[in-house]
Design a protein around this ligand. Structure first.
Ligand SMILES: C[S@@+](CC[C@H](N)C(=O)[O-])C[C@H]1O[C@@H](n2cnc3c(N)ncnc32)[C@H](O)[C@@H]1O
Length: 250
């Protein structure tokens, strides 16, 4: 099993120890949603909707949104499962969760709950959920393989694990756009909101070191998922991966 353990930590390397990742997201929680909309020209809203659809769950289902942040995907999932269902959003940055809780309350989504926790040590029993999602989160987790194994553990066999993540196009116009966007514009925007200069320098560096979509699909397979598929979104700057939890003995 190969995992994506960082060789050395550093903003420029795109790897940070968990406590620094947590502190960084707490620091940028307030402008986080606006930055997302601006940096993706609003496309992130559609991407999360597609991620919620990819869970294939219906009314009454129980779903985990891991690394939920300010709960945008949690909201989509809560709409999907309806009041007879249940969505739990988990994140280790309290300030991100605070903003998510306000969002859920405004929309009367009482069947969605946000809890503080670590993606690498999920506080749930095996087979607890019908599906699990992680959007723009797994790239920040210190051990990629373990992150997926935890998601697989808490989802019932046959359920979906859905991963939405920034990726690096290898060639073509998307690759040039990607270099301009993540290499120059994102750090520029970032300096406006994070005076410590880490968040949006770390972001492009973390994207650069993250495995491409084919390798990511392999990591998901190795973690216990089958029929892993992905599609490129946003002209290839984002990938939506979906796998099905393998039944025991398969
Ligand atoms: C880029 S944000 C994504 C938030 C949200 N899913 C979205 O779609 O906007 C990444 C989130 O992952 C969380 N995170 C990173 N590593 C984590 C871990 N080991 N356990 C729990 N949350 C983690 C961060 O606190 C942050 O809120």
């Amino acid at each position: 099993m190969t995992s994506n353990l960082p060789v050395r930590y550093g903003v420029e390397e795109g790897t940070l120890p968990p406590e620094r990742v947590q502190a960084m997201f707490d620091r940028i929680a307030r402008p986080y949603d606006v930055m997302n909309r601006v940096m993706t020209a609003g496309l992130d809203v559609r991407w999360r909707r597609l991620a919620a659809e990819a869970t294939e769950v219906g009314a009454g289902a129980s779903v985990l949104d891991c690394c939920c942040g300010t709960a945008d995907l949690t909201v989509e999932l809560a709409k999907r499962v309806g009041p007879s269902g249940e969505v739990i959003g988990l994140d280790f940055a309290e300030r991100m969760l605070d903003r998510g809780r306000i969002k859920l309350a405004k929309r009367d989504l009482d069947h969605a709950t946000l809890i503080h926790g670590d993606a690498l040590d999920l506080p749930f029993e095996d087979d607890r959920f019908a599906a699990a999602t992680v959007a723009f989160g797994i790239r920040n987790v210190a051990d990629l393989g373990r992150g997926f194994r935890e998601l697989v553990r808490v989802v019932r066999p046959g359920g979906k694990v859905v991963c939405l993540e920034i990726t690096t196009p290898e060639s073509g116009p998307a690759a040039a756009f990607h270099r301009l966007w993540f290499g120059r514009l994102v750090p520029g925007f970032g300096r406006l909101v994070d005076k410590q200069d880490s968040a949006y320098v770390y972001l492009p560096a973390s994207v650069k070191r993250f495995p491409g979509p084919t390798r990511l699909a392999e990591v998901m397979y190795e973690a216990g998922l089958e029929d892993v598929r992905y599609r490129a979104l946003g002209g290839g700057i984002v990938a939506l991966h979906v796998g099905t939890v393998r039944r025991q003995g398969e």
